[in-house]
Design a protein around this ligand. Structure first.
Ligand SMILES: [Zn+2]
Length: 215
């Protein structure tokens, strides 16, 4: 069973009190429950992108017999908070947890995807299994023709100690930042169904690779 975690939510922007309250984020940190996410210059919002992409990945995995749990049921709600998103994967005993996001950098020319993973790991699941999952996602997106990030991490990989969903996970976990929504070329891919299907195909194939290697 796999947990997909589409970043943000459609109701977040209208509910600042709910999403700005602080929650535990691991390593002794606290963070806002959730955030509104970014958007393309034409107003296509990250929560719309991550929801649509998650549905596509879910459907591809389900067609291969993989049971999928989502951290939110639709794109109209508020949250859940980052600690609750992690708890959903933990309670489910997920073989893999994949969070889906897109970035919003205004730096000129900033483009490309990166995969964030918890480092240094706080438990065994955050160690080798999470790193292997992250590398398979990186390799899969690169094979699908996506460029690795020009401005974050190295070779498409970004070790992080400040992301609550990763810190609090007790299951193999990685977070995909699919690209930069403020980059016109990447926004053009993300705003088309065919472009999102390309991302979904690469992500689903990587998750299947991970599961077939024994999780
Ligand atoms: Zn995001």
């Amino acid at each position: 069973m796999v947990v997909l975690d589409p970043g943000h939510n459609g109701g977040n922007a209208d509910n600042p009190a709910a999403i700005n309250r602080t929650v535990p984020a691991g390593r002794g940190q606290t963070k806002a429950c959730n955030t509104t996410g970014t958007a393309t210059a034409t107003g296509y919002r990250e929560h719309q992108f991550t929801w649509d992409l998650s549905v596509r990945v879910r459907d591809l995995l389900a067609a291969r017999g993989v049971r999928v749990v989502m951290t939110r049921p639709d794109d109209n709600g508020v949250g859940p908070c980052v600690n609750e998103r992690a708890a959903i994967g933990n309670r489910a005993g997920a073989a893999a947890v994949v969070s889906l996001h897109a970035d919003g950098s205004e730096s000129v020319g900033a483009h490309g995807f990166h995969i964030a993973y918890s480092a240094p790991p706080l438990n065994a699941a955050q160690g080798e299994p999470s790193l292997r999952l992250a590398r398979l996602l990186r390799d899969g997106l690169r094979s699908a023709g996506m460029a690795t990030s020009s401005y974050i991490g190295s070779d498409g990989m970004s070790p992080r100690n400040d992301l609550g969903g990763l810190n609090l996970s007790e299951r193999p976990t990685a977070l995909v930042e699919c690209g930069n929504m403020r980059n016109p070329a990447e926004a053009a891919v993300m705003t088309t169904p065919a472009g999102r299907q390309r991302y979904a195909g690469a992500i689903a194939a990587a998750v299947l690779d991970y599961l077939q290697a024994g999780g």
